[in-house]
Design a protein around this ligand. Structure first.
Ligand SMILES: *Cc1c(COP(=O)(O)O)cnc(C)c1O
Length: 433
């Protein structure tokens, strides 16, 4: 390292210039690169509570929350203390621990569909493993996913819809083979009739339907009244499994996730994000008769060197224990309503057309004037207007998701005065657009 580098802190611009030579796009996960909004990503030096501070010393009110996990805020004292204590006992054993038993008990107690659970290391791993299990359990090959839903980067899930219903999948990425993609059927979200048609044509071949019960990955898009129940009914009728991908919504919308909130119980559930308390983690769980097919109890193979890692279990447990207090979700609901009402009001005052979708502490302000219920309606949003809004908010010290098609998150550390500051910043920004 050169003397000058050691003597002063590099700027985000300087770090990004180095990073793009060393890592694809300068990042370890694409959306961090700000391609959706333009400009240079901020390199973060530290974070505390509801704020993050970049390498230039600018502090932002953070509505990304590491893309969902930081529901307690950054560097929460209890989580950090628990991690400090755990560190002294070693960082990985490759043998069972009491922490894993406690984590399984916590998840099973909270999530209605989960009778048994397997820990993995990311949400991607959770959804890939859940699909393998669904195929192994049913002996069927095809899966159905919805246009605009993201379930991690597993091959069979990187497939988008063509137009119309029952479109055979086309790979969404080079490197995903046509033979993998052809087993993924895609359907429009929030359209129960379209799914019925797919089942009428392919029902006997469909192992599972996987869905984000409240979509976060096209921006926040809630299910229509009765839609999740319709998914439950059609899958049951045709002997297919229903998988709720609650990697984002689990412990976010309620302690038991979207399935508690909407009172629809899937066969399998995938989790991640919050259950790791900011460390890398994922999990899949569900009906006991299905989970008992997973190795070594059953023949469906799935394994992981670092799965159930003691540090990840420690941070996750410290987080989940705080979420036993159900008033947390009432507070988050109030904070979410207050912020989103405020954002809608200041947009309207300034004559900027926006639609804000919200469920609990998860929301998106779409730059559009028509309701957003699915991918085509989300895609109508004015991305360049969002980009201007994003950068102006960033300059005001508010860190939103660097893409129109991502959800924003509120956590327990977002005190009322931070929410008010955010609304006042948005008032100035909307006027300037
Ligand atoms: C984030 C996310 C994933 C992927 O999780 P990773 O930990 O990034 O692999 C899967 N499904 C949903 C719904 C997500 O939000």
């Amino acid at each position: 390292m050169s003397a000058s580098r050691r003597d002063r802190q590099s700027s985000s611009e300087e770090l990004f210039a180095r990073a793009v030579e060393l890592m694809p796009g300068g990042v370890n996960s694409p959306v961090r690169a700000f391609r959706g909004v333009g400009g240079t990503p901020r390199f973060i030096a530290s974070a505390r509570g509801a704020t993050m501070t970049d390498v230039e010393g600018r502090t932002y009110i953070d509505y990304v929350g590491s893309w969902g996990p930081m529901i307690l805020g950054h560097a929460d004292a209890e989580v950090i203390d628990a991690l400090h204590a755990a560190l002294g006992r070693g960082t990985s054993y490759g043998a069972p621990t009491e922490l894993e038993v406690e984590m399984a008990e916590e998840i099973i107690d909270a999530v209605p569909s989960v009778e048994m659970v397997r820990m993995v290391n990311s949400g991607t791993e959770a959804t890939m493993s859940a699909l393998r299990l669904a195929r192994g359990f049913t002996g069927r090959n095809k899966i159905v996913k919805f246009e605009g839903c993201y379930h991690g980067h597993g091959d069979s899930l990187l497939v988008k819809a063509g137009s119309g219903v029952a479109t055979l999948g086309l790979p969404d990425s080079p490197g995903v083979t046509a033979s993998v993609a052809q087993d993924t059927l895609t359907a429009p979200f929030n359209d129960a009739a379209a799914l019925e048609k797919i089942f009428a044509a392919h029902g006997a071949d469909i192992a599972a339907v996987i869905v984000e019960p409240v979509v976060g990955n096209m921006g926040c898009v809630p299910p229509r009244e009765g839609y999740l129940q319709a998914l439950r009914d059609v899958t049951r009728r045709h002997g297919a499994l229903l998988i709720f991908d609650e990697v984002m919504t689990g412990f976010r919308l309620a302690r038991g996730g979207a399935q508690e909130l909407y009172r629809v119980t899937p066969d399998l559930t995938t989790l991640g994000k919050i259950i790791g308390g900011g460390l890398p983690v994922g999990a899949y769980g569900g009906r006991r008769d299905i989970l008992e097919r997973v190795a070594p109890a059953g023949p469906v193979y799935q394994a992981g060197t670092l799965s159930g890692n003691p540090l990840a279990m420690t941070a996750g447990l410290a987080t989940l224990r705080r979420l036993r207090d159900r008033t947390v979700y009432e507070r988050l609901e109030r904070a979410g309503r207050r912020l989103c009402d405020g954002l809608s009001e200041v947009a309207r005052e300034a004559g900027v057309r926006t639609v804000t979708n919200r469920v609990g502490s998860m929301f998106t302000t779409f730059f559009t004037d028509s309701p957003v219920n699915d991918w085509p309606s989300a895609a109508k949003s004015d991305r360049s207007a969002y980009g201007k809004f994003f950068h102006a908010m960033l300059a005001e010290g508010v860190y939103l998701a660097p893409s129109q098609f991502e959800a924003a998150f509120i956590g327990v550390a977002h005190a009322d005065e931070l929410l008010e500051q955010t609304i006042e910043a948005a008032r100035r920004v909307f006027r300037s657009l």
